[in-house]
Ligand binder design. Structure first.
Ligand code: FES
Length: 104
């Protein structure tokens, strides 16, 4: 897939406690809002299969809903096992009202 920006939703649809899930071409990306900042991270927990957009957000971390691995949203870093590894990050930007992520 060539590198391109995909629209994932509108800024007013994204809330700190309601991340957006974006799926395309086998990808699943979670877009999170922390304060005024947006972050796009791999959405499927690397441990087994659970969606981090359905996890529990606490400050700048998200806890996997299945076995409680914890990830740092701004960096994707795995802070608590059994996450297994850090998450992939994706570039995210606002184009007017539209939230876009860059997929390579
Ligand atoms: S699936 Fe996320 S910790 Fe097990």
């Amino acid at each position: 897939m060539s590198e391109q920006w995909h629209s994932v939703g509108l800024a007013h649809e994204l809330a700190e406690d309601a991340p957006i899930e974006f799926r395309a071409d086998g990808l699943n990306v979670g877009v999170f809002k922390l304060g005024e900042d947006l972050y796009a991270i791999e959405n499927v927990c690397p441990h087994a299969y659970a969606l981090l957009t359905q996890g529990f957000i606490d400050g700048d971390t998200v806890e996997c809903p299945l076995h409680e691995a914890v990830f740092h949203i701004p960096t994707g870093k795995c802070l608590k096992e059994p996450g297994g590894r850090d998450l992939k990050m994706y570039a995210v930007r606002l184009a007017g009202e539209e939230i876009q992520i860059k997929v390579e």
